[in-house]
Design a protein around this ligand. Structure first.
Ligand SMILES: Cc1cc2nc3c(=O)[nH]c(=O)nc-3n(C[C@H](O)[C@H](O)[C@H](O)COP(=O)(O)OP(=O)(O)OC[C@H]3O[C@@H](n4cnc5c(N)ncnc54)[C@H](O)[C@@H]3O)c2cc1C
Length: 387
């Protein structure tokens, strides 16, 4: 294993590593082949309390900061596993914690902390809106003590494995709102009641095992008590949670990069070609060293963004930059690792091709690289807006 330049939360990391050792490559390969959900792994993480680290102690969690959540996810990814099946259970509750009523917090957070309720579906993206979230059209019309929801969502991960979903929808049409970002609201949808009663879930098969889906709403009735915060202000509530999501996903990228660097270094030391280890050639060494340099730099950016978040400081730019550099570092490391392994980089049993496919996602989701660059260009560098 490559030497770590930082060792935050050593006890948490050690415990996560031990847990992950029970779920080796063969476990993830079998699931990947069938596109199945890692139920046993998620149950073990839940039981060990790793998915409730960010929930305050008064609601049954560990009350730790974002850095602790980042350490958990980084170690899962470094071990060769994937946190994508359940990372949202850690942070989706943030919208209830920050904007829910006292009654909603009491009703949901202790059960999310214990794992009795899975709150890990986050319904924002729509096929016709893309990254321009203000163009979403899924609409919740008030009808007495219910909202009646119609529309569709795409790429909603873990919807089939969630009891609750945070849904962003319009309660005022874009054309009638004072600003494009006004008029959107957050509903906490009970999936157990919704499916078959106005909500249809259709799985979307992708290049990685991510349990992602398409959702169709046809006059789904949702009680008004499910509204989080004030109607019309949902976009702002969602943005808060996105910073946490970007920082945690950046930590997963750091874990992926470490996985690739560990594997490539070990292979380069052992594999003999032309009568010597391939790692003796600088043409093989330097890409591994470069991957380590990039990962280390990105890791510091992730820590910086996480400390700002923990201190309650504005961190939108830093969270975005952390996600950008970490996703690029993990992708560079993935490509390097395949190259270092030659033909074996393509063999399923090495887990490298699987992790290569998995880490590619993070330059597109939860936000694509171009949109981050656009944010930095216009919000930090004061360049003219292009859209
Ligand atoms: C496996 C997977 C899981 C996901 N899970 C979820 C989930 O659980 N919940 C959820 O709500 N969403 C989810 N998403 C959606 C994800 O957040 C989006 O795919 C992502 O934000 C990119 O949006 P888009 O696909 O609509 O791309 P588009 O907005 O259509 O953009 C396509 C490309 O064009 C570029 N582009 C667009 N506009 C501009 C511009 N003005 N300037 C420069 N470049 C531009 C983008 O950078 C991108 O590369 C998931 C996606 C995937 C693939």
């Amino acid at each position: 294993m490559a030497k770590d330049t930082d060792q935050t939360f050593p006890e948490i990391r050690e415990a996560v590593r031990k847990l992950c050792a029970r779920f080796p490559g063969a476990y993830w390969r079998a699931l990947d082949r069938e596109r199945e959900y890692p139920t046993e792994f998620v149950a073990a993480l839940t039981e060990a309390g790793f998915l409730s680290v960010l929930i305050p102690e008064e609601y049954g969690g560990s009350g730790l900061g974002l850095g602790a959540g980042a350490a958990v996810l980084e170690e899962i990814h470094r071990s060769g596993g994937n946190g994508g099946a359940c990372h949202a259970q850690m942070y989706t509750m943030g919208v209830v914690l920050r904007h829910g009523s006292p009654a909603q917090k009491e009703a949901y957070l202790p059960k999310v902390a214990s794992g009795e309720l899975r709150l890990q579906a986050f319904g924002v993206t729509e096929p016709d809106a893309g990254t321009d979230t203000t163009r979403i059209t899924t609409f919740a019309r008030r009808d007495g003590d219910h909202y009646v929801v119609s529309g569709k969502k795409l790429w909603i991960s873990r919807a089939e494995h969630s009891d609750l979903m945070v849904l962003l929808c319009r309660t005022t049409a874009r054309a009638d709102a004072a600003k494009p970002s006004d008029g959107m609201s957050v509903l906490l949808v009970d999936m157990r009641e919704a499916v078959g009663n106005g909500l249809t879930i259709r799985p979307v098969r992708t290049m990685l095992n991510h349990a992602t889906t398409e959702l169709f709403f046809e006059d789904l009735r949702v009680p008004v008590e499910s509204l989080i915060g004030e109607a019309g202000k949902g976009f702002r509530y969602i943005l808060d949670g996105m910073n946490a999501e970007r920082i945690l996903i950046a930590a997963e990228c750091i874990g992926d990069a470490k996985f690739f660097i560990d594997r490539a270094s070990a292979y380069a030391r052992e594999r003999q070609v032309f009568g010597r280890p391939i790692g003796e050639n600088q043409g093989v060494q330097f890409p591994i060293a470069r991957a380590f340099v990039q990962m280390t730099a990105a890791s510091h950016m992730v820590d910086h963004a996480a400390s700002l978040f923990e201190a309650g400081q504005p961190c939108g730019t830093e969270a975005n930059m952390a996600k950008l550099v970490a996703s690029e570092a993990s992708w560079y490391a993935a490509d390097m690792c395949v190259q270092t392994h030659g033909g074996f980089g393509f063999a399923e049993e090495y887990d490298i091709e699987r992790k290569f496919r998995e880490t590619r996602l993070y330059q597109v989701a939860p936000i694509s690289t171009n949109l981050i660059l656009s944010h930095v260009a216009t919000h930090v560098l004061d360049l003219p807006k292009s859209f």
